[in-house]
Every structure is written in structure tokens, then in C-alpha cells.
Design a protein around this ligand. Structure first.
Ligand SMILES: [Mg+2]
Length: 222
């Protein structure tokens, strides 16, 4: 399944590092603070944070409720939320860079975080040298999400000079994999508790945590 591929495209957040439940809660609060303090949403913090959580449940996007009900723009929320991202709280995996270098394929990152925050995160997790000129944000393609249509994946492939059929796309959010698959990429899902998307036919393989995935890619490409 992976043997004849030329490139691996990694999601960043909760794929190349783990967003623990504790960090996820802090990120929800961070978004609520950005909504209240930067974008003047007239709610108190507990109320706003609860709505962010509900919005993630309902739409897989913490901001969606606020785009719909408070006229907040995706662009503004993305800017202020990214600006407040508590990157220093991330616990990097040990030796992930060394392991990644053993995969004999070109490697890239495609993230929904903006460029500035992605750069900070890559530095924090010790992967900036590997992905220095090889990471792209949704904002490079004029969008804010990876799960709206396949077009952004076609554009991505064009940018890196590979055919979708030659690429493996790895993401923890299975809704992103659907459109990657539609372009012809091979798709891998990273999960942590249990593989809640085992029934999705557009997912070719799933691994518990990125390290298991990296080991499998090293093995498959030997
Ligand atoms: Mg992710």
C-alpha cells in the first residue's frame, strides 16, 4: 500500500504532536478568550467556552457557531486564535525527528494552523529543520479548513510537484481524509483512544499515535 509512494504529507496539530485532553481544554478556552477579548463577543468566559466545545461537537469547528450567530469572520478568528496559541505547553515526542528521517520519502506538512503558529509549533516539537521549506498552511491556499472540498488537495499536490496517487496523507481528523482520498491519495488516520472511524471506506490505514505510523512507513519502504 505504501511501497511505491513518493511523498508523505503530515497534518501538524494532534498528528506530529499530541493534543492531550488537558491541552484541548486550554485551546477551547484560548478560542473563547480570543472571541471575547479580541472580537468582542458579548459572553462571559464559561458560557463562551461551552459554546466553543458544543460547536466542535456539532460542526468539527469551534468557531462555526460564532460565524453563524455572531457574524465573526473565519479570517479574524483564525488570526487571533493562532496568535494566542499556547505553543509552549506542547510536549514534543522524543526523537521523532530521527525516526522521521528514516522514511525514504519526501515529507511535507499541511496544517490548518496559520504559517506563523505552524513555524512556532515546528520549532517547539523539534521538526523545523525537517519541514523548513516543506510546510504549508491552509492560508497559503486562501482557505481556513481542509475538509470542505478536494480542490485544496489538488492545489497542494501541484505545489509540491507530485501526483495525488504518489502521496500518502496522514491526519487525525478523519473528515480531512475524505477529500484527500477523493484526489487519489493514500490515507492514514492517527487515533489515540480507539479508532472511531474504522468504518470509513476512504481511510486506507489507521495507527495509534504517530510513532506507530512512522514505524509502519519505515517497514513498508525498506
Ligand atoms: Mg490535526
Amino acid at each position: 500500500m505504501f511501497a511505491d509512494k513518493k511523498a508523505v504529507i503530515w497534518d501538524l496539530d494532534n498528528t506530529l504532536y499530541r493534543i492531550t485532553p488537558e491541552i484541548a481544554d486550554i485551546l477551547d478556552e484560548t478560542m473563547a478568550v480570543a472571541l471575547i477579548e479580541d472580537l468582542n463577543v458579548p459572553l462571559d468566559l464559561p458560557e463562551c467556552k461551552a459554546l466553543v466545545k458544543q460547536s466542535y461537537k456539532d460542526y468539527r469547528d469551534g468557531g462555526e457557531y460564532f460565524y453563524q450567530h455572531y457574524g465573526i469572520s473565519q479570517k479574524d478568528l483564525s488570526f487571533y486564535y493562532n496568535k494566542r496559541n499556547p505553543v509552549h505547553l506542547i510536549e514534543p515526542y522524543q526523537n521523532l525527528a530521527i525516526k522521521l528521517k528514516k522514511i525514504p520519502l519526501e515529507q511535507y506538512v499541511f496544517t490548518a494552523s496559520n504559517r506563523e503558529t505552524s513555524e512556532k509549533i515546528l520549532k517547539r516539537i523539534g521538526l523545523y529543520d525537517i519541514f523548513k521549506n516543506r510546510f504549508y498552511s491552509v492560508e497559503d491556499f486562501g482557505v481556513y479548513k481542509k475538509n470542505e472540498n478536494a480542490d485544496v488537495y489538488h492545489q497542494y499536490c501541484k505545489k509540491i510537484g507530485h501526483k495525488p496517487e504518489d502521496c500518502i496523507f496522514v491526519d487525525d481528523s478523519y473528515s480531512n481524509l475524505e477529500f484527500a482520498k477523493e484526489t487519489g491519495m493514500t490515507t492514514i488516520r492517527i487515533y489515540y483512544q480507539n479508532n472511531s472511524a474504522a468504518d470509513k471506506e476512504y481511510i486506507d490505514a489507521a495507527f495509534k499515535g504517530v510513532e506507530e505510523c512512522v514505524d509502519a512507513l519505515i517497514d513498508a519502504t525498506k
